[in-house]
Unconditional design. Structure first.
Length: 215
């Protein structure tokens, strides 16, 4: 029985691609480049803002300035919720799951931005404050299992009784590294680049958040 559901944020709980892409392209243009396609930026998301910045500068063929990360975060901070919305069915799914299990968030996104997105979309009420971990805290980011293991220990749930719900190979690796179950959101933009040959058949594949209620 799953006693803890740990959710990734971008591409799993919320569709934030347009705001991330617009912010990245604003910086690309500031630095003299040409905007990148939305889908191209979607393939770069998942390992934290620093890695995203490196990737979109490389894709744009631009030299990355020393303050690139700070500039990207400053731009993104102004548009966190311009277009970002929860995926259809997320709110109802969380409401049902919280009746039978603990809920948490584990993301490589900075914690303050994560909290603002959850607050702005009125999703924060589903998660205790210390059950939300970002990528800029003291623990190593996903795919390191430290964050997931801490969330399990917090509610005294063995990793085998926890499920990480994500959309990318980073989430898949995190769950495997922790010994937890994994559900992959095929509706999320991170799944587009998932290496299908890695799938073992033990994963739960979701075409809608509501399908989680079956497990």
């Amino acid at each position: 029985m799953t006693r803890l559901y740990v959710f990734d944020l971008d591409g799993t709980l919320v569709d934030s691609l347009r705001d991330l892409a617009d912010s990245a392209n604003d910086l690309v243009v500031e630095c003299g480049g040409t905007p990148l396609p939305l889908d191209a930026i979607g393939r770069m998301v998942g390992e934290g803002a620093a890695t995203l910045v490196v990737r979109f500068f490389e894709a744009a063929g631009l030299e990355r300035p020393p303050d690139a990360l700070a500039r990207f975060l400053a731009i993104y901070d102004t548009r966190l919720l311009n277009y970002t919305r929860e995926y259809a069915g997320i709110r109802e799914t969380l409401a049902s799951l919280e009746e039978r299990a603990s809920l948490a968030v584990l993301t490589n996104k900075p914690l303050e931005a994560t909290r603002r997105v959850l607050d702005g979309l009125k999703l924060s009420s589903f998660f205790d404050r210390d059950a939300v971990l970002g990528g800029d805290g003291p623990l190593k980011r996903k795919p390191d299992p430290a964050g997931l293991l801490q969330l399990c220990a917090r509610v005294d749930v063995p990793p085998a009784d926890a499920m990480l719900v994500g959309d990318s190979v980073v989430d898949w690796e995190t769950a495997r590294n922790a010994g937890a179950k994994v559900a992959l959101a095929r509706y999320g933009f991170g799944f587009r680049e998932f290496p299908r040959e890695k799938l073992t058949g033990s994963e739960t594949l979701l075409d809608s958040p509501r399908e989680l209620l079956m497990f």
